[in-house]
Design a protein around this ligand. Structure first.
Ligand SMILES: *Cc1c(COP(=O)(O)O)cnc(C)c1O
Length: 480
């Protein structure tokens, strides 16, 4: 039902009405003469309407949400309430630095904390999404080669399992993408890498743990080979929870990393934003960092701009990135402290490995059965799809009836009928066990009543949609 259908003439939400004393200050000729056409609903009516709508959504506040890879991990309320402090909210981004020492010191500290946890030489917080962090990272790699008059390098190597933003980024920066296949165990094949390397290699983009949910064991060898060939190494660190406080991309000799602060460091990002794709750089790329970033001298903190960073690749946003997201990340890192970081990695991997083994026990097939899970892992329904006509979509839709969000399905594309599952570091054993029971139940039901599964979800406000049609011909008209 639309809010307009609740409307009754003369009804009002008085607490929300503007104070009439403000109105005379608007010049007469600018005042409306016709009615605004807003719904006329009581305050309670408004509250109930929107609360009811919000309850139709799946949300991490109400349901288990084991979406692999792009998962919202932990978003403590306190991070949000502190970031919403009036002092932060009312500060203009162009306010003089003498008025902005508080926020500048927070951002400086966050840069230092991220630098420390990644082992990189410097960090900047201005990219506003993972993809923008990637774009700036590859733009820096490009500038590095150009500054060295090394114009021949026109290829970026990406594993076939990479997140789609990786090859897209390389193309947007004017590179050709060379795809490297992962082997049966989900690793990069060194033998396949060697012939791809040469004077045309600008760099390689790696995700570790990879989007196949496994740790890449040959990083050192890959780093040495790529550096020997004159290329640089990019680390897609969108999801850092499996390695936090355990190993550092800087120590693995990566030249640049982006981190999705909105995934690993506490900002909820359902629905596509807002984000922060902070980047850390190694010594080779420090001069090219995008501006502004925060530095300090005897007079205090200040933003470094183009005048102090001549070789910068430039600006990525009007101001200094998504301050609100960066603030939440800052508060979260302070809550965790140095001791808290490795606990994130321990629980993220413990939960994922426990869930992986449990699902295997109840009859699901793992895509990489010989491997340990990272913060996530992949189940393949190839066999069930063939024998029972039970697809990943069917399981995803049926899980909704169990009050659980679906895992990521059909990504990475390499694995047939794939479910990429991440329980995250903050779910209890009881919740994870409930998920196992639901999954086992669905598998059992597939043997006896596949027709019902094919019709799922049965309990959601919308039943099964034709997802191809929903994209091509979305029906956005309200029809009761
Ligand atoms: C989410 C994600 C990205 C892209 O980040 P956005 O903020 O959505 O642009 C890149 N790589 C990996 C592995 C991701 O999970």
């Amino acid at each position: 039902m639309l809010i307009f259908e609740h409307s009754r003439e003369g009804r009002q939400a008085t607490a929300q009405a503007p104070k009439t004393s403000y109105i005379p200050t608007i010049p007469k000729e600018l005042q409306r003469t016709t009615k605004l056409g807003l719904p006329e609903v009581s305050e309670l009516g408004v509250v109930r309407h929107y609360t009811r709508l919000s309850q139709k959504n799946f949300s991490i506040d109400t349901h288990f949400y084991p979406l692999g890879s792009c998962t919202m991990k932990y978003n403590p309320r306190v991070c949000n309430s502190l970031a919403m402090n009036d002092g932060f909210l009312s500060l203009h981004p162009l306010a003089d630095k003498s008025l902005s020492q508080g926020i500048l010191s927070c951002m400086y500290d966050l840069q230092e904390i991220l630098q420390d946890v990644t082992g990189m030489c410097a960090v900047t917080l201005s990219p506003m999404a993972g993809a923008q962090g990637e774009f700036s990272g590859i733009a820096m790699i490009k500038k590095y080669h150009e500054e060295r008059k090394d114009f021949e390098r026109n290829e970026i190597i990406c594993p076939d399992a990479a997140h789609g933003t990786n090859p897209a980024t390389a193309i947007m920066c004017g590179y050709k993408v060379k795809e490297i296949r992962t082997n049966r165990d989900g690793n990069i094949n060194i033998h396949d890498l060697i012939p791809l390397l040469g004077p045309q290699t600008a760099g390689i983009m790696l995700t570790n743990p990879s989007t196949l949910g496994v740790f890449e064991p040959n990083i050192k060898e890959i780093a040495d080979l790529v550096h020997e060939a004159g290329g640089l190494l990019y680390y897609d660190g969108a999801n850092l929870n499996a390695i936090l406080g355990k190993v550092r991309p800087g120590d693995m000799d990566f030249d640049v990393i982006h981190m999705n602060l909105h995934k690993t460091f506490s900002t909820p990002h359902g629905g596509g934003g807002p984000g922060s794709g902070a980047i850390g750089v190694g010594r080779r790329l420090v001069p090219y960092m995008p501006v502004p970033y925060v530095s300090k001298n005897e007079e205090g903190f200040y933003y470094v701009d183009e005048s102090q960073a001549e070789k910068t690749i430039g600006r990525l946003s009007a101001f200094a990135g998504n301050i609100g997201v960066n603030l939440r990340a800052y508060i979260y890192t302070l809550l965790l402290g140095k001791q808290g970081m490795p606990r994130i990695a321990e629980f993220a991997t413990l939960n994922a490995n426990y869930l992986m083994k449990e699902l295997e026990r109840v009859g699901f097939q793992l895509a990489f059965p010989s491997r340990r899970a990272s913060h996530e892992f992949i189940v393949t329904l190839k066999k069930q799809a063939k024998d029972l006509d039970l697809t990943a979509t069917d399981v995803a839709k049926t899980l909704l009836d169990y009050g659980m969000h679906a895992p990521t399905v059909y990504f990475p594309l390499l694995v047939a009928e794939c479910m990429l599952i991440e329980p995250t570091e903050t779910e209890s054993k009881q919740t994870i066990d409930k998920f196992v029971v639901a999954m086992a139940d669905i598998l059992k039901q597939a043997h006896t009543n596949i027709e019902a599964i094919k019709q799922a979800p049965h309990s959601a406000p919308n039943r099964r949609l034709d997802d191809a049609k929903a994209v091509k011909q979305p029906n956005l008209v309200f029809n009761g």
